[in-house]
Design a binder for this molecule. Sequence first.
Ligand code: GLY
Length: 371
Amino acid sequence: MTETVHVSLGDRSYDIQIGEGLLEKAGDWVAPLLARPRVAIVTDENVAAAHLATLEAGLEAKGISSVALRLPPGEATKGWDQFSRTVEWLLDQKVERRDVVIALGGGVIGDLVGFAAAVLRRGVRFVQIPTSLLAQVDSSVGGKTGINAPQGKNLIGAFHQPSLVLADTGVLSTLTTRDFLAGYGEVVKYGLLGDAAFFDWLEANAPKMAAGDMAARIHAVTRSCQMKAEIVERDETEQGDRALLNLGHTFCHALEKATGYSDRLLHGEGVAIGCALAFEVSSRLGFCPQEDPSRVRAHLKDMGMKVDLADIPGDLPGAEALYDLMGQDKKVVDGQIRFIMARSIGQAFVTAEVPRNVVLQVLDDALAQRG
Ligand code: GLY
């Protein structure tokens, strides 16, 4: 079974194909995009070891030849050095304007290769083949591409939509439990921000999805991509509604900075903790019912995820310092932090009307539980 989600953006429209075994059949989907039967693949060393041969065979089956660049794995790759290496390698491979570049990997590879495709010869088409759950439900969809600067994450980049996304849910079985659950933080975010029925479904079905149930995985990735597509169609360049996708992210970015972007806290783990905090603040301000934060936390705990600041190992700064880190978020406008709050599960909204003292109180209480 393969599901298709169409992202409707005029002449930048594309399909997301979601199903098991898509790498083996990649040639079927990629061939119609090609002016000549040749592609350049950029991946990382770990993903290459697990999946590159399957993709190459899938392309070869349709007569498509390929060359591949293997970058070092990890967030440090997402900077100028590996970016210029990638662009120059693509030029050495004589990739032309009408050719297609394939990004095979997680969020780091997708973001870096998408940005390389955006600037190479002023823009070539690219295909996202995301191999992490986080990349399948979030970073491969919607056209945000870029690299990190010494001044902060994702500060250099471009909007450049892919021509196709192939989300092979079979490859998720090669992820560690921790990486899978971190990606799940972004899945649950979609239910919380805009679809209460999806959150109900996740409460009932996410444990079997984590245990490997393929139909459940396909449904969860499909619904997540549909929701992201709907929001991106309304607001491609984040002038308004797209900010809803950042539910939990203002808290998450502060916690990621406080933990030095280390493996003390993965991005998706920070998103889950951030969603729980956003619901707590929403409840204290009377935006959402009092029982909603406990329901969010109960589900995250059921899934074996990090939920509390107490679940982050090592020291954390105090509430004031965390609040200051939140003030460095990209979403700050005229010095005011814009928060994504909730009226209920499935109904998020953007507001700057969140008193500092309430956020500090919630953070203080959460830090006190660390003992
Ligand atoms: N990950 C948030 C966005 O794509 O807008």
